[in-house]
Each structure stands twice: as C-alpha cells, then as structure tokens.
Design a protein around this ligand. Structure first.
Ligand SMILES: [Zn+2]
Ligand SMILES: [Zn+2]
Length: 278
C-alpha cells in the first residue's frame, strides 16, 4: 500500500508538493478550491506548472483531487445541480493539467426522495462531467449514511456505476465512513465480509483509493467523525489487517485524520508504516 495524506494547498498552491514530500507522502490528496464555497479555482497557470515540475522530482503518485463538499448531483435546485457539474468539470480539467489520477467526490443527498427517482439525474450529471475531459477518473466516495446522504451501501454506489457504465468511473473506500454505515471492518471476519460485498456489488477492480481514517463514533452510528489511526473504534489491529490485505495491495491509502493530542500527519503515517509486514 502507498501511504499519503490530504495536503494543504494554501497559497502558493504548488508548495503542496513540498509539504507532501516533507512528511514522506507516496501519494496525496488536495483541494483546488476552499471546500465549503462554490468559487471557481483561481490558481495561476505558473502555479499549476510549478506543481507539475516539482512533482517530476518528488514523484508523488497518485495525486487525487477531492471535490468541494457542496456537490449534490441529486439536487432539485437547478443552481446547485448545475454548479455541482461545473465544479466537478473544473476539477477534472485541473486533474488533467496536474497529472492527477482523478477527482474524488461525495454524490450528494436524496433529501428524502427514492434513489429510483434520482438515478437518471445523477447518471446524467456524471456523464456530463466525464464527457468534458479525456483521462482523469471520476471517483465516488462511500458515505457514512447520515440523513439522506447517498453512497453508504455498496448497492447504492453499484446502482450509479451500472447506470453510467464508464470505465473512468471509480470508487474510493473510506474506512471511517464504511464503519459508520455498518460494515464492521474492525474485526477480521467483518473486513473479509466487507471486501466480499464490495467485490460482489461494485467489483474490487473499481477500487482506486482508500481513505484510512479511524472512527470516533461506533459501528452503525451513521455518523462521519474521523479519529487518528488506532485512537477510534476501528483500532490498530484492524488497520494492520487492512494495510497488509492482499486484496488491497498497492492501493493508495490516504489519511484524513484530525491530529488530536498533538499527533501530526508524520506520526500517523509512521504508525501506518509500522503496521506493514515485511
Ligand atoms: Zn474520505
Ligand atoms: Zn469523512
């Protein structure tokens, strides 16, 4: 498994590569815009160039862009729906320029509607986004399933994948979200069951990224609260099984951990690497 972190792109944008290199990332995730706003990215071209140049040396691969949090491809509101598509397209174009693997995003919320009523709209949105670029993947992230958030069950993600049918539509598995939505990956059997289910509904070949987060909330809490590796309900032994699992071999594992009790990303990456059997 390749280990990395979500890295700040605070100005200057391209320094993200230096920050990632400094803490020993083999892969990384970034935002291209502040995640709580619709503002389009205004990264100067020379910053995009410098990012690529710096990474020719640093060789951090893959780089994954995380979309803003406002995306909702199931929204009734035309402004939100169109803005979601626009924002994703903008990020896909950035991914192409930066040589990133793709754009990771949360599909949105049904707001109480049935998936069967929304699936066409979601699929159309995704197809529109994919059509605007050639290479980067668009990556669905599983959710913890709070409220009406889409993508907590693998069946739901599979429904979207089956409707869109694109080889460029992939999946990220966030360990904290999976645990929150009821997949008990904290136990040996639970991890096997989850991977079997993932393979049955989605196909493990669609899995391109892991978000390695412990969970501050219990199994089936339907809540999304990350904890540092080993400090939550998933626990260190479960992460040991995850990072050594042959079915997850070679995947990027990105931490999005809170860094409580003075734990830095360096510390968390060190902990993960110490779990790898050699
Ligand atoms: Zn995540
Ligand atoms: Zn989360």
């Amino acid at each position: 498994m390749l280990f990395g972190a979500h890295i700040s792109t605070a100005s200057p944008f391209s320094d993200a590569i230096l920050r990632a290199e400094e803490i020993g990332c083999e892969c990384m995730q970034i935002f291209t815009t502040p995640p709580q706003r619709w503002n389009p990215a205004t990264i100067p071209d020379k910053e995009l160039d410098r990012f690529v140049k710096l990474n020719e040396k640093a060789k951090i691969d893959p780089v994954i862009i995380h979309s803003i949090y406002l995306i909702n491809l199931a929204s009734d509101n035309p402004f939100f729906y169109e803005s979601s598509i626009k924002s994703l397209i903008d990020n896909m174009k950035k991914a192409e320029i930066l040589g990133a693997l793709g754009v990771n995003f949360h599909v949105g919320s049904t707001k109480g509607k049935k998936m069967s009523e929304l699936i066409d709209k979601i699929a159309l949105g995704i197809k529109t986004v994919l059509a605007a670029s050639d290479k980067p993947y668009l990556i669905l992230e599983n959710s913890a399933g709070a409220g009406d958030v889409i993508g907590d069950k693998f069946e739901e993600l599979a429904e979207i994948l089956n409707k869109v049918k694109s080889p460029r539509l992939k999946v990220t598995l966030d360990t904290a979200h999976a645990f929150g939505s009821g997949y008990n990956l904290a136990t040996k059997d639970g991890l096997e069951e989850m991977l079997d289910e993932f393979d049955k509904y989605i196909g493990l070949e669609k899995l391109v990224c892991l978000h390695l987060n412990d969970s501050a909330v219990p199994l089936f809490s339907k809540r999304d609260r990350h904890a540092d590796i080993g400090d939550g309900y998933i626990g260190l032994e479960a992460f040991r099984r995850i990072v050594n699992h042959p079915r997850l071999h070679g995947l990027p594992g990105i931490i999005e951990t809170p860094g409580n009790k003075g734990k830095s990303d360096i510390d968390s990456l060190k902990i993960l690497r110490s779990l790898v059997k050699r």
